[in-house]
Design a protein around this ligand. Sequence first.
Ligand SMILES: CC(C)(COP(=O)(O)OP(=O)(O)OC[C@H]1O[C@@H](n2cnc3c(N)ncnc32)[C@H](O)[C@@H]1OP(=O)(O)O)[C@@H](O)C(=O)NCCC(=O)NCCSC(=O)C[C@@H](O)CCCCCCCCCCCCC(=O)O
Length: 543
Amino acid sequence: MMTIEIRTVGVLGAGQMGSGIAQVAATAGYTVKLADVDLERATKATSKIAAMLGKLVEKGKLTAEAAEATAKRLIPVAGIADFGDCDLVIEAATENVDLKLKLFAACDAAMKPDALLASNTSSISVTKLAAVTKRPGKVLGMHFMNPVPLMRLVEIVKAVQTEPETYTTIKEAAEKMGKTVVTSNDAPGFLVNRILIPMLCEAMFAVQEGVGTPEDIDTGAKLGLNPPMGPLELADLIGLDTVLAIANVLYTDIGDTKYRAPTLLKNLVRAGWVGKKGGRGFYVYDEKGQKVPEGFVGTITLNRPDKLNALNAELVGELHRVLAEIRRDKDLRALIVTGAGDKAFAAGADIAAMSTMTGPEAKAFGELGHAVGAQMETLAIPVIAAVNGFALGGGCEMALACDFIHASTKAKFGQPEVNLGVIPGFGGTNRLARRVGIGRARELCFTGDVIGAEEALRIGLVNGIHAPEELLGKVKEIAAKIATKGPLAVAQAKRVLLRGLDVPLPTANELEVQAFAALFGSEDQREGMAAFLGKRPANFVGR
Ligand SMILES: CC(C)(COP(=O)(O)OP(=O)(O)OC[C@H]1O[C@@H](n2cnc3c(N)ncnc32)[C@H](O)[C@@H]1OP(=O)(O)O)[C@@H](O)C(=O)NCCC(=O)NCCSC(=O)C[C@@H](O)CCCCCCCCCCCCC(=O)O
């Protein structure tokens, strides 16, 4: 029997898998029609693919001409009705059997009679999908791996009804897309997931039973078995909802309890913690999908909101004690300091308490304040101020002792001590001058003026301003990003930046050279560079 020559490929589903399939098909020279629930989504995905192609050009992996020609072959369309002239349609919708059955029937109705219809399903019976069409012999499974442009495998799944010519034509098409083909008969999980899913679930059973931590299980698998990522990291990447769906298919269709899904997996999915795409699964991820080590970011909240967090002996003493504890904590990688309530970070030293102080008492309290500032400056981890309202006098000085400041749009800064007949006593004069320049510091200290967040940003007192309800989240994101970097390197950078301010430039440069050299030979230096060369994220341990 003659089979169709494939020129135009329809891809149904513009998510991660569908977009990847569209990219490799267009790169192979096929005209590709990409459809999703509406034209807008398909158009967005097409632009994203064009951007990916641009990145490949930047990296020298694709010529500009090839990228342009490939992008031109990608056509976003409004829906299935536009697949009438496609020679092959690859369905890559969500892994839901009812949805796929509906889409298969709709594609069958829209496509020309001799065209081929494939599903990227990772677990659903292709025989069942073929049975809802009027072309069962022209249906088969074409299971791409994620991420499609990088993974070399396509698992072709023959339905009971698949004609040999269909298989041959699709195999050739997959090979033209640069993929190696393995062939599976239609059985639950096919070949790859039949092996993979029980392995991932076994790792989850080990967590559930308290045999080991996710980190130990993943490290054990990576170093002991040599896959590029651990089973729990991989499950998070695939999506825990997808892993659960496939486990359920294996269990239901094969009927052997060894394929049952762990309760832990079911609970994570129920909680909406579906892995990397949802920001949390076995691990926590930042907005860029980078793994955030949990428990590595601490927060200190100045908590005296009825007095606008004014600094009294109790609060400052407590701060001193907590900072000493943090210095001994080997797990923390970043610290946030903020104020309780929505009005103030801290409105300064407690004026009522200070009003009756003698000179020697004031000296003692000033020294305590300075000791706290020095503690924050000399911690090995970065300290970030999240200024949510007034940061006046000692409050502004506390923020200045932090490594950098982000503020809410409502924040107000100032050194109003001259209004009280005194001067800043908690490092304000000198730290402010170092942060914003001597002229601006003089003006703020001499006038006692209070400035808003915009002005603070303009003069470089703060690094960023955010809507009040977003401030803490944004600062946590920054802290979480820092927590993914090499802790020894961040500590050395902090030390050199601080000490370098107080010495002549040649001495500061010498400090930098010594710190740079000191990092070589550390586990983190070896890991960071090996991760770059291995094209994988680094996993720093702080040694
Ligand atoms: C910020 C304001 C403009 C807000 O005005 P608003 O009208 O919105 O609110 P209120 O004024 O009604 O305030 C609500 C509530 O809070 C009290 N309060 C506010 N600020 C302070 C403060 N700094 N000290 C004490 N109490 C404060 C206010 O009285 C209200 O209470 P109430 O019971 O009436 O409801 C406005 O509040 C304002 O202008 N505040 C003062 C701002 C200011 O001038 N700040 C500078 C202070 S001086 C200073 O900070 C010196 C430092 O540079 C030097 C510090 C060196 C020592 C550091 C170590 C600290 C040790 C402290 C020693 C204490 C000794 C001890 O405890 O025994």
